[in-house]
Design a protein around this ligand. Structure first.
Ligand code: GUN
Length: 296
């Protein structure tokens, strides 16, 4: 029987520890972690994400600002707002919800955020820090995946991790974290993407398979070997007439059949998803406590 990795349980334990540490930070140093969230336009999924992030701040006792600007907001206005937040000492973390409207250059906006406040870990300085093994903010979803693996005491040293997907938010940073020479990582890593004629030639050799491609039920039981650890980052809507909403959420992995061959597997929902916000909260706490020392 496969271990079903419980992201809700792990994220709740991280959040409850953070809540205690936040009380301590307030009492001992008189500091309250502050997160500024920017949403531009009316993307329904983005609205849900930003609301969840705001709610998480409230539950932990963080200070938060949510700025919701119209779709027509200019790039210059966004850059000016980020500059104000960069200089505001009550704001320790800045998050611009992506995607942005097409007329706004996402890279320019990402570059405008001060690296020491970039709690998403998307700034190229933070990506560079990750690659060369310097302290810095790590992107939340990859960091959450490593926390899950650690919580379930799955050893990565010398193991073959296959990452399906090469996005800037998940695949690339995660692959670069997995091979780092740390106690929790030190794995052998293969990055696999759409150019592979048959990804099964790679995935069948995985001790740990991480899938982040956004294709419903793509990974089937013939993609994996017995005893594999499977981490499913996908969140896909598929039509379901029996559900009230008319759809249900599934991952990139055909869970029911792949779990039969797995040592451990994350479900969707309730696997990786809940970890992302927990890691955002952790990054914001780190930013407020000054633990990452960006002056060096
Ligand atoms: N859009 C989808 N995922 C993310 C994320 O992790 N951070 C931000 N800022 N936008 C996103």
């Amino acid at each position: 029987m496969a271990i079903i990795i419980d992201g809700k349980k792990v994220s709740e334990s991280i959040l409850s520890e953070l809540k205690e540490k936040t009380c301590e930070l307030k009492e001992k140093q008189g500091k309250t972690p502050g997160l500024a969230l920017l949403l531009v336009g009316d993307n329904p999924a983005s609205k849900v994400y930003v609301n969840s992030k705001k709610k998480a701040c409230e539950e932990l006792g963080y200070f938060s600002i949510v700025k919701h600007l119209p779709e027509t907001t200019s790039e210059a206005e966004v850059l000016t707002l980020i500059q104000t937040w960069n200089e505001d000492p009550s704001i320790h973390g800045i998050l611009v919800q992506l995607p942005l409207p097409k007329h706004i250059n996402e890279l320019k906006v990402t570059l405008a955020i001060k690296p020491s406040k970039d709690v998403d870990g998307f700034h190229p300085e933070n990506f560079g820090r990750l690659v060369i093994g310097l302290p810095g903010f790590r992107p939340c979803t990859p960091a959450g995946i490593l926390e899950l693996i650690k919580f379930y005491k799955i050893q990565l040293k010398g193991k073959h991790c296959v990452v399906l997907g090469r996005s800037n938010i998940v695949g690339k940073p995660l692959a670069n974290m997995l091979y780092q020479k740390t106690e929790d990582t030190n794995a052998i890593v293969t990055i696999c993407h759409t150019s592979a004629e048959d990804v099964r030639l790679f995935t069948r050799n995985a001790d740990v398979l991480i899938v982040a491609i956004g294709k419903a039920n793509f990974v089937r039981s013939d993609f994996v070997k017995d005893g594999v650890v499977v981490v499913d980052v996908g969140i896909n809507r598929v039509e379901d007439k029996t559900s009230e909403k008319g759809y249900r959420l599934v991952g990139d992995v055909a869970f029911d059949e792949v779990k039969e061959k797995s040592y451990a597997i994350t479900p969707v929902p309730g696997g990786v998803g809940p970890m992302t916000i927990a890691m955002l909260m952790k990054n914001t706490f780190l930013a407020a406590s000054g633990a990452l020392n960006y002056e060096r």
